[in-house]
Write a new protein. Structure first.
Lengths: 456, 599
């Protein structure tokens, strides 16, 4: 009726000696074509090896821990009758038969009854496993299978679980090094050592645990009405969203702010002249700052970069999209002007006018606000001598611009009145070191001091 | 030479009910003017309250956790003679007896945050002088309560144990697990003596001296409760007899024989247990209506006994009274005895019990019970109406309800659910961080071994350890004949949730030992995760099932695979072998049975 065929490891991308980490079948199992037989784990990936044909497993030739290469024998499978196996209807028909609990009288032991042909690749993960950490008092169910099912319950003995508690380690985060992934005592200590070395806290639970495990005090609760009249007002949607982003950026990014002065006496004279020539266009100092920033980014490519999620790789960008922080009645938004390196001053002035209007009219779409390389936050029109802008992640630096003031500057012979623009450059110290930032800021100042250099 | 003054809390910026987080002096300490006495912690700041005068502390009125406002008395001070106090030399003159600058043993860290939570709803401190002060009060001395008190005391916590009855031990020792086992032993001997007649040994009908049997039961209980009392003494756990209720988050009042006593505590563990549900359909004023406590009193052997509720307690008592000679009828509302256990597990029990009892009636309930001269007359509703409706005694064993509602929990700010349970976190903490709850009143299953485990967690947390309730499985046992025991995942749950499990089921008919004791109706069943072959559940029915289930519980907690169990050598010939054989069946390595080869 059927013959026994061999199921072998197929081409696995030239990898040799790849360990078997899971065996998904056992003798007697009915497998369908392409059903996973074993799981292999190479350096790069986990892969499941599918059955080349349907049938009943006669013998499994591998076990967890074996290392295999292409062509290794996985199992002997008695191929199912070509007509019966591939049709799903047939498989279903088989199921109820297997399910019948066979109420065998005591003397004849019931052979172990299988509910389903076999797990169809991957483990059965039950959702919503309760954390073992501190949870608020709650009604506990008497028992739930999730407490013991291997997909949900960490593979550790009571003593090891208690040890993890002792050290404040969330055992769900620990990878086991024992057979089949069993978590042993050494895994807990290794986890703590690693956590300490990487600066993260091993502690589970607590508010803010999602942000790299910051264990912060709860927010102070004050009954403000006790001290005088108050009024409650909802934060706008933009404020809520930007607030959460700002809080994360401030907490996660090691900020340093480099302050620098730019002499813009000549730039301002030129800008005014340009303004008179183009009366229909508002030419703000910001367009010059954008140009200067682009020049600085070209010279210091590390500023036109982002850290990847793992914080192990730097992604350098070959384009120059500048974000401009715009104050709107609903809160702060940062529209992005694309390809600033390819646009002239007048083009930029036009675009800046348009995008600012769009922002104030709440017409900005997500596309208008994404893809920025570097941001500029200008408070020059309002006042101030310096401030610390918050880096707009995943960007690595932001330029803050305060109000220009005429100041006496020593020119070698005498004090001359010069228009001085204060610049504040905040940067992600993980990516940029202080000397580089000082050079960047100084370069910016030079560019703004003599805009002819922008041509260079 | 000196006069005493009261040192009070000065103006503390208009804050009320500011918790004391540290006490820096104690009675007998010599303090100088401006020396700090206590530390208060408001929302904003920690402040030390200085002494307004120099002198010796005669009496101290506060302790950690108290909440104070301006004007509260901190201490009574015997003011030092003016001349002495004023001189610079004075403090140096008396350094030895007063290590005043050394802070008193500081409280466990949890104490600091404790008082703030309940403040909104809890009662404020009574302001009365406490009769007893302690670090920990444990309310209830059942297996949970006494374990908590003893563990805490062993960890150096000054502990008071409050128990309403004269003997320690709670329901378990006095009117539950222990006396019922003594009686079940008697029942087992009667049954075995009867059964062996079939194999050539006849003892004749047993003569039952009920007084003697009762005194055996009493002796068993007395031995254990007496042991508890002496162990409490050895550990210097103070016991207070009376009904305790909270009056504030840090005070408990106990109605003792000598009057009311106020206990002031830093921590509390509520272990007040549960009580039998008294269905209102029954005339409880009549002494023929009993709960488990009444049934265990063993007043007489009723000719006709009705057991309402076919759960563990009901069936255990049915087993006892049936062996002693009562004609026992059991009615159960659900479709199975011991609802919750797998059906196959109950079959051998139902079969054996069915042969001994007058009748087992499922899906049936008693809707009315009247006390008449003839007996208790009942009327039923359901699918299996018993023929008889007049009984000499009726045992109502339909479950237990928690005592969370009867302890003044609200005064302490502790939240109690509508049904009387108290919710806790994994450290057994209630919503009030310095008050814990354990045992029956924190939820099902209401089992002594769960309570003792929780008790240790709570006591250790009070003592500053990082313990959590981390047990994955809690075995359940019915000490019926045959015993029924299960732990972890049941086939019922696996089916409901679609878990991929495999079963290894060893029928005792293949066990030499079971054949030798003529008890082959049992089986041992293990449930394995199909993918990892790790054991996730087990169930056993047969004599000593309750003893055998421990190995399965250990195996689950250890994450054992089928082969771990099968490859462990089990002694032969024992019933415990059956656990190893069930694993072998799953692995396909069994030889004591012939397993037809899988196709």
């Amino acid at each position: 009726m059927a013959d026994v065929k061999e199921a072998r490891v197929p081409d696995i991308g030239g990898n040799a000696d790849v360990p078997v980490i899971e065996v998904l079948i056992k003798p007697g199992d009915t497998v369908e074509k392409d059903q996973s037989l074993i799981t292999l784990e190479s350096d790069k990936a986990t892969m499941e090896v599918p059955a080349p044909f349907a049938g009943v497993v006669k013998e499994v030739k591998l076990k967890v821990g074996d290392e295999v290469s292409e062509g290794a024998l996985i199992a002997l499978i008695e191929a199912a009758d070509a007509a019966a196996a591939p049709s799903p209807a047939a498989a279903k028909a088989e199921e109820p038969a297997a399910k019948a609990p066979a109420p065998a009288p005591a003397p004849a032991p019931v052979p172990q009854v299988k509910e389903e042909p076999a797990p169809l690749g991957g483990r059965s993960v039950l959702p919503g496993n309760a954390p073992e950490g501190d949870v608020p008092p709650q009604a506990r169910p008497p028992f739930d299978a999730k407490l013991v099912m291997p997909g949900d319950a960490p593979y550790a003995t009571p003593a090891v679980r208690a040890f993890a508690r002792e050290l404040g380690v969330d055992i769900h985060q620990v990878k086991g090094s024992g057979t089949g992934g069993r978590i042993v005592r050494e895994d807990i200590t290794a986890y703590v050592k690693h956590a300490l070395a990487s600066g993260a806290r091993p502690v589970s639970g607590g508010a803010g645990a999602s942000v790299g495990g910051l264990n912060l005090l709860p927010w102070p609760k004050v009954d403000f009405a006790k001290f005088g009249e108050i009024e409650e007002k909802q934060l706008s949607r933009i404020q809520k969203i930007s607030g959460a982003n700002l809080a994360r950026n401030w907490a996660m990014i090691p900020h340093v702010t480099q302050h620098e002065d730019a002499d813009i006496t000549e730039l301002e004279a030129f800008r005014k002249k340009l303004g008179e020539e183009n009366k229909d266009l508002k030419i703000t100092p910001l367009v010059f700052q954008i140009k200067a920033v682009v020049a600085a980014l070209k010279k210091f490519p590390q500023f036109n970069a982002s850290l990847d999620e793992s914080a192990e790789k730097l992604i350098l960008k070959k384009y120059f999209h500048i974000g401009i922080a715009v104050d709107t009645p609903d809160g702060l938004v940062v529209p992005v002007i694309r390809d600033c390196d390819k646009k002239g001053l007048l083009d930029l002035a036009t675009e800046l006018g348009e995008i600012s209007k769009k922002a104030r009219d709440k017409k900005l779409g997500p596309a208008d606000m994404s893809g920025g390389c570097f941001s500029i936050s200008s408070l020059g029109g309002i006042g101030g001598t310096s401030f610390t802008p918050i880096v707009n992640a995943p960007e690595v630096a932001i330029l803050g611009v305060s109000k220009a003031q005429t100041k006496p500057v020593w020119n070698g012979k005498e004090f001359a009145p010069r228009l001085i623009l204060p610049l504040s450059l905040s940067y992600d110290h993980r990516v940029i070191d202080g000397a580089l930032a000082a050079r960047f800021a100084s370069f910016l100042a030079t560019q703004l001091g003599d805009i002819r250099r922008l041509l260079l | 030479m000196a006069n005493t003054i009261e040192i009070k809390v000065p103006d503390i910026g208009g804050h009320d009910n500011v918790p004391v987080i540290e006490v820096l002096v104690k009675v007998g300490d010599k303090v100088e003017k401006e020396q700090s006495l206590i530390t208060l912690e408001s929302d904003k700041a920690t402040m030390e309250i200085p002494s307004s005068a120099a002198g010796v502390i005669k009496e101290f009125k506060l302790k950690v956790g108290d909440e104070v406002s301006e004007g509260a008395v901190i201490a009574v001070l015997e003011v030092t003679d003016g001349a002495v106090a004023a001189t610079e030399e004075a403090p140096k003159a008396a350094p030895a007896p007063a290590p005043a600058s050394q802070p008193a043993p500081s409280p466990a860290p949890a104490a600091a945050k404790a008082p703030s939570a309940p403040a909104s709803q809890a009662a404020s401190a009574s302001g009365r002088k406490a009769d007893i002060e302690c670090k920990l009060v444990v309310l209830g001395s059942g297996p949970g309560g006494y374990t908590a008190a003893f563990r805490a005391a062993d960890l150096g916590v000054d502990t008071v144990l409050v128990e309403r009855y004269a003997t320690l031990g709670g329901v378990c020792l006095n009117v539950g697990c222990i006396p019922s086992k003594a009686l079940l032993h008697a029942a087992a001997v009667i049954d075995e003596a009867d059964a062996i007649a079939a194999h050539g040994i006849t003892f004749g009908k047993p003569k039952i001296d009920l007084d003697k049997l009762r005194s055996f039961k009493t002796k068993v209980v007395g031995q254990l409760t007496g042991g508890l009392a002496s162990m409490a003494k050895q550990r210097k756990v103070r016991t207070v007899q009376g009904v305790g209720t909270f009056v504030s988050p840090n005070e408990m009042e106990v109605e003792t024989a000598e009057g009311k006593k106020l206990i002031r505590f830093e921590y509390a563990i509520i272990a007040a247990g549960s009580r039998s549900v008294k269905l209102p359909a029954f005339p409880w004023g009549d002494e023929r209506i009993v709960d488990s406590t009444g049934a265990l009193e063993l007043k007489d052997v009723p000719a006709k006994l009705l057991v309402v509720g076919g759960g563990i307690i009901g069936l255990e008592m049915a087993t006892v009274y049936s062996a002693l000679g009562s004609e026992v009828t059991v009615v159960e509302f659900m479709d199975q005895l011991i609802p919750g256990a797998d059906a196959d597990l109950i079959k051998p029990l139902a079969k054996r019990l069915g042969g001994k009892l007058k009748g087992i009636h499922l899906k049936t309930k008693v809707v009315e019970a009247k006390a008449t001269k003839k007996g208790i007359e009942v009327s039923y509703e359901g699918e299996s109406i018993p023929a008889n409706n007049v009984f000499d005694r009726v045992l109502v064993s339909v479950g237990r309800s928690p005592n969370g509602g009867n302890i003044g929990a609200d005064k302490a700010g502790v939240a109690v659910t509508d049904r009387g349970f108290i919710n806790v976190d994994t450290q057994m903490r209630t919503n009030v961080p310095h008050i814990f709850a354990i045992g029956d009143l924190v939820g099902q299953p209401m089992l002594a071994h769960k309570a003792t485990h929780e008790a240790k967690v709570a006591a250790e947390v009070v003592a500053g350890q990082k313990s959590h309730f981390d047990a994955r499985v809690i075995p359940s046992v019915a000490y019926t004949d045959p015993e029924v025991a299960w732990v972890g995942v049941t086939e019922r749950e696996a089916k409901e949730k679609g878990l991929k499990i495999g079963v290894g089921k060893f029928p005792w008919v293949a066990s030499g030992r079971a054949i030798g004791i003529d008890r082959t109706e049992g089986f041992t069943k293990l449930l394995f995760d199909e993918e990892t072959h790790r054991v996730v559940g087990g169930a056993i029915v047969g004599p000593h099932a309750g003893d055998l289930i421990s190995e399965v519980a250990l195996a689950i907690e250890m994450g054992s695979e089928a082969a771990d169990i099968g490859l462990t050598i089990h002694p032969h010939p024992t019933l415990s072998e059956s656990v190893g054989m069930a694993a072998e069946i799953y692995e396909g390595t069994i030889t004591d049975l012939y397993m037809p080869k899988r196709k």
